[in-house]
Structures are given as C-alpha cells and as structure tokens.
Design a protein around this ligand. Structure first.
Ligand code: HEC
Ligand code: HEC
Length: 159
C-alpha cells in the first residue's frame, strides 16, 4: 500500500516536471519536419530616404561599421570603374556634399601604415556598411553594446 502511494506521488511529480519542461521547450522557427522545404523569406524594403535627409543610426559597439542611414536605391553598382558611395564620402568630395568622410581606418593598410588614398581593401563599402530594414528581431535577445549611450548618439564627425 505504502509503495503504491509513493509510486503515485512520483508519477504526479514527474507529470509536473514534464509540464514545466514542455512550457520552456524552445520553438523551432523551421518546424520539426526536416523534410519540409524552407519558406522563402519575404522581401523587405530598406528604410531611409535621400542622403542628406537622414540621421546617423546610433552605434552599438566601438568597432562597428556604422549602418547606412539613407536609401541606396538607384545608386550605380560598386565595381572596378565606379563607386557611387565615394561621390559623396571620399576625402575629395565629402565637404562639398556635406557628408561624413570615410573613416580614418580606411586610410591605413593592413600593417597599419598611413596611405594617401583610401585602401583598396575598403572599396566594397557594402561588405561592411549595410542599409536597414524595419523588422523585429527573429529571436529576442539581451545584447548590450560596449558603447556608452552618450557616445553612440554622437553624430558622425564631419572632420
Ligand atoms: C549623394 C551623397 C551620398 C551618397 C551617394 C552616399 N552617401 Fe552615405 N551619407 C551621405 C550623407 C549626407 C550622410 C549623413 C546622413 C544623412 O544626412 O543622410 C551619409 C551617411 C552615411 C553613413 C553613416 C555614417 C555614420 O557615422 O553613421 C554611412 C555608413 C554611409 N553614408 C555609407 C554610404 C555607402 C556605403 C554608400 C554607397 C552605397 C553611400 N553612403 C552613398 C551622403 C551620401
Ligand atoms: C572592412 C570593412 C569596411 C569597409 C569595406 C568600409 N568601411 Fe567604412 N567603416 C568601417 C568601420 C569599422 C568604421 C568605424 C571605424 C572608423 O571610423 O574607421 C567605418 C566608418 C565609416 C564612416 C564614418 C566615419 C566617421 O568619421 O564617423 C563612413 C562615412 C564610412 N565608413 C564610409 C565607407 C565607404 C563610403 C566605404 C566604401 C568606399 C567604406 N566605408 C568601406 C568599416 C568598413
């Protein structure tokens, strides 16, 4: 009789424990059916309007390439012959275009020596600088940047 009672209690406890685990169980975004084809992500439009009308986006960590706050629609491609970004951001043009100059680090080679012109390794701007989409994070997170709030809000230097 005693053993039976113990067993019943153990069974009830196990049910509660399982219930707690089930409540916390992670939900897969892809689903549990491994054979199901991946859903194509919906296309989202970049936010931001004409350069010169947007505000820099606060940086979240000290070595972050700042994100592109303005639209980059209709700019020509970045290739061997042209780079539309440099029409406004190069050392020669930034003042006239009232745009922030490319970062100081862009004038260093890989050994840290100063160059007269921007390093070719920085030619493909959008490899590091990305435009923004107004989308909620897929997974909640508690990321804390290492930039003090006051510093992150500082607008880009116009040198
Ligand atoms: C017509 C001029 C123009 C062109 C072309 C242009 N930009 Fe900009 N960019 C600006 C201006 C002006 C700002 C300052 C924010 C604003 O007013 O929109 C800016 C801001 C930025 C910033 C933010 C800097 C910071 O400190 O937060 C980045 C990064 C940037 N641009 C990258 C690019 C890249 C990459 C391209 C090419 C795909 C590009 N820009 C093309 C004018 C331009
Ligand atoms: C390898 C990555 C990389 C590439 C490629 C790159 N950048 Fe950057 N950029 C950065 C980082 C990191 C910073 C922040 C540190 C700094 O200011 O150097 C930055 C800073 C900037 C800033 C802000 C400068 C300031 O004074 O606040 C502008 C504007 C910018 N980049 C434009 C460009 C443009 C235009 C190109 C293409 C010609 C480009 N970058 C290519 C990584 C990159």
């Amino acid at each position: 009789m005693k053993t039976q009672l113990k067993l019943t209690m153990a069974a009830i406890a196990a049910c509660f424990a399982l219930g707690a685990i089930a409540a916390d169980a992670p939900k897969s975004m892809r689903g549990i059916d491994v054979a199901a084809p991946d859903a194509v992500a919906s296309e989202k439009a970049y936010v931001g309007s004409r350069p010169g009308t947007t505000k820099p986006v606060a940086r979240t960590f000290s070595t972050q390439p700042p994100v592109i706050p303005h639209s980059i629609e209709n700019f020509s491609d970045i290739n061997l012959e042209e780079n539309a970004c440099m029409d406004c951001h190069s050392a020669a043009t930034y003042k006239k275009k009232n745009a922030p100059k490319i970062g100081d680090s862009h004038f260093l080679n890989r050994d840290g020596q100063k160059l007269d012109e921007a390093s070719a390794a920085r030619h493909n701007c959008v490899q590091c600088h990305v435009p923004q989409v107004d989308a909620p994070p897929l997974v909640d997170n508690q990321f804390q940047g290492d930039v003090k709030k006051a510093d992150a809000k500082k607008p880009a230097k116009k040198n």
